[in-house]
Every structure is written in structure tokens, then in C-alpha cells.
Design a protein around this ligand. Sequence first.
Ligand code: SAH
Length: 241
Amino acid sequence: MKNAKIRLYVNHPLGAAQSVPLDRDQAHYLFGVMRLSVGAQVSLFNGRDGEWRAEVVQAGKRAGVLVCQEQTKPLQMPPDLWVLFAPIKKARTDFIVEKATEMGAARIVPVQTDFTNSERIRQDRLQAHAVEAAEQCGGTYVPEVSDLQKLDRLLADWPEDRNIMFCDEAEVGSAQRLGAASGDKWAILIGPEGGFSEAERTCLHAHPQAHVVALGPRILRADTAVVAALTVWQQALGDWR
Ligand code: SAH
């Protein structure tokens, strides 16, 4: 297993000859689960210093140390895109965080809307999902998952230079598209299973930065809508171009 292509996120600086201590869970994963031993190679990234090939120099049950050898990828930042979504059932919320990370979101913001089903989220668990998704998809960046925020407050204090791709189910089948929209800073907004309230819709249609978009002629589930919206946005304005 010397050249196993295991990717691991670490919260530690990475650089030439830099040694990186492992915490208990990481040591358990590498040496207990994956059965690596001294001399094995692992790819490390920390969201800041790109990806590094590192070698195991100490392997214990509860701890271990790796030493960085060479940089194998520079830091690749995603576009400056936030994904705002209303948390739904646990497994579907996990799916949204995983897919948003894979699809290249820079920040993931769970929002409480008028019809949001869930009033609490486990931010730490969702952040761990984003880390896992970044490990798996070859990314060198991990989007920050925010705590649950109230949509009305977020909109009241919205940064002037950030556009909103407002995916409005009331526009299902209409011709509303991103069109000639431009700008580097964006947020995609997807509602909960119950959709947006009329008050939210009125506010968003009047919002100077909001671009109202229809995602085709069918109503999508929120988790599908997140992936569809990311695809449309990445293709039109993001790093798929
Ligand atoms: N219960 C609502 C649907 C909510 S779908 C109804 O029947 O009207 C969940 C979210 O996905 C919506 O709030 C919207 O943001 C997005 N969505 C789903 N289908 C869409 C479509 N065809 N166009 C735009 N947004 C859509």
C-alpha cells in the first residue's frame, strides 16, 4: 500500500519538509482502518497550501506524524459562489453539502426561511461532510459551512456587490434564465420543500441583486435543485467555462 492514493484534510500548515502531527481519528483512519505503516505515502491538503505528498514517519494507534515531500497541486480556489439552502431532512441536507462541495461552492449557508422544516442544524457535522467531499473529489479547498441564518436578516444586510441567483419554483416552466448576467460574486438561493412564502418572493423579486431563474418545466426537489442550479451557474459564469 506504499503508493495508496489516500487524501487527507489536515488543519496544519503544509510545506517542504514540514512535519504534520495526526490527531487520534486521523491516526485511527490511516493506521487502523487503511493499515498504512511507516514509509507509506498520503496526499495532504489544508485548504490553504495546495496538495502535498507526505510520508508516514511515525505510526501509532492514537497518534502519528507525516512529513511533506513535494507539492502535487497548487491551491485551486472555487469561484466566489455561495450556496444558500433551507435545510431539509438530515440525509438530504448531508447530500446538499456534499454535492455543493464537489460542484465548487466557496461557502455553504443553511438558511431559515418561512417554510423551513428544520430549525436546527449540526454545523460541525455538516462541515465534516464538506471535508470528506473535498477529500474524495480531489479538491484543495474546503467550503465553510455557516451556522443556520435567518433569510430575511441575511437579505436585509446583503453585500452590495454579490448577485443572487434566486431559484423560484413559481417560475417553473417560464423563460427566466441567468441570461447575460455577469459579475464574480454570486449566491444561489434554493428554498425548502414547501417553497418560498409570498412575502419572501415579493422581497426577492424587488431585491436589486436578485436574478430570478427557472430550473426547467418541472418542480425539482430541493436537493436536486441545488445540483441543477450549480450546473447552470458553473456553465454560464463559473469554472466550467
Ligand atoms: N413545494 C414547492 C416546491 C419546492 S421545491 C411547490 O410545489 O411549489 C424546493 C426548491 O427548489 C424551491 O424553493 C426552488 O428554490 C427550487 N426549485 C425546484 N424546482 C424549481 C424550478 N423548476 N425552477 C426554479 N426553482 C426550482
